[in-house]
Design a binder for this molecule. Structure first.
Ligand code: AQP
Length: 346
């Protein structure tokens, strides 16, 4: 009988990131940003701006750096404390790319062939997609394991990629006879808004790349735009139901109740207890007022920071330095496990 492989026994570390691929929306805020802030006091937290991921689809070089600062501004404006949480641009820590290459040689083609996000994002012409878009989840595994992160707060859409990260960690540990070398990180997909849907279509995810601006609330939208988009959100003519089962059968209503619950830090059941029997003529203005109340301060602080790029750059420079300090020894150990040359070794 063989012993079970040793489990990772290092400290808890939280890590996540958002792509620098356009303006952030309410789905990013509720599914990611707000969660990072809630978790930052529970363990050392690393939050990066994923510019290496962003270039898997075309990004205008004239705006990529500004987009990177904008995401960093959103992190800080949402409440991430740069003294406490390590905030940095992914490309400023070269170790991400080096570990991703090693993991490209650990991951199997069959694993990547199963990734549904690649299928969705590459559309009908996958032969025209970049190789980077295909190997995107391998880079994501490197982002996480480079810091031996144990917990990864993300939206529902990232669940499959997190499973792949665990498979890569497990295979590396087995291949290189290094039980417990990398942790098998846990996705943290919790709360009433892990998958915020489009305001125009309750079956599609709210997304940066949706061509209709009415489909999403952008973090930089002003109060009038927020109210108008919620007023125009697609719904049905029925009043809100009094059970979660009945709500589930009505995707657009379910989405708006989920957004309300997440913004108010309540459960959907608590929201229904207050609004059951009321029509959208009552619920939509209440939701718009709540969204403006909660997002207004974030938007205001983001605008202030975006007008002061030097302040954001100071945070990113300090964060990149701290991230490199954390990453370098883990990459050095990984290189040694793989057997790469270093002077005096082997
Ligand atoms: N609709 C959503 N509901 C809840 N969470 C969401 N996230 C994204 N959309 C929703 C979460 O936000 C984090 C960062 O996402 P990302 O920008 O790195 O990539 P994405 O998931 O591809 O975001 P988009 O808006 O859908 O971008 P495009 O249109 O470029 O594909 C992740 O934690 C994600 O789960």
């Amino acid at each position: 009988m063989t012993d079970a492989p040793a489990a990772y026994s290092g400290p808890k570390r939280i890590l996540s990131g958002i792509q620098a691929s356009g303006s952030l929306h309410l789905g990013n805020y509720l599914g990611a940003l707000k969660r990072f802030v809630e978790l930052q006091d529970t363990a050392p937290t690393f939050v990066f701006v994923a510019d290496l991921h962003a270039i898997t689809v075309w990004q205008d070089p004239a705006v990529l750096a500004a987009q990177t600062r904008e995401i960093a501004a959103a992190y800080i404006a949402s409440g991430l404390d740069p003294k406490h949480s390590t905030i940095f641009p992914q490309s400023a820590v070269r170790e991400h790319a080096e570990l991703a290459w090693i993991f490209n040689c650990v991951a199997r083609l069959g694993w990547l062939d199963r990734m549904t996000q690649f299928k969705e994002k590459s559309g009908q012409h996958k032969e025209r997609a970049s190789v980077g878009l295909y190997t995107y989840p391998v880079l994501q595994a490197a982002d996480i394991l480079l810091y031996r992160a144990t917990h990864v707060p993300v939206g529902e859409d990232q669940k499959q990629h997190l499973e792949l990260t665990r498979d890569i960690a497990q295979k590396f540990n087995n291949d290189f006879s290094a039980p417990g070398f990398f942790p098998l990180p846990e996705p943290m997909i919790q709360g009433p808004a892990t998958r915020v849907m489009s305001l125009r279509d309750g079956s599609a995810k709210m997304s940066k790349s949706d061509p209709s601006d009415l489909s999403r609330i952008n973090l930089l939208d002003d109060a009038d735009a927020i109210a108008s988009k919620i007023r125009k959100a697609r719904t049905d003519p029925e009043p809100l139901p009094d059970t979660l089962e009945a709500l589930k059968a009505r995707p657009e209503a379910d989405n708006l109740v989920g957004i309300y619950a997440a913004l108010a830090d309540e459960t959907k059941a608590e929201v229904l207890a207050r609004y059951a029997g009321q029509g959208f003529g009552v619920f939509k203005p209440a939701l718009a007022a709540l969204a403006v109340e909660k997002l207004g301060p974030v938007t205001g602080e983001m605008r202030r920071l975006m007008a002061d790029p030097a302040e954001v750059d100071r945070v990113l420079v300090a964060g990149a330095e701290r991230a490199r300090e954390a990453a370098a020894p883990i990459l050095a150990e990984t290189r040694a496990k793989v057997g790469f040359w270093s002077a005096g070794a082997g």
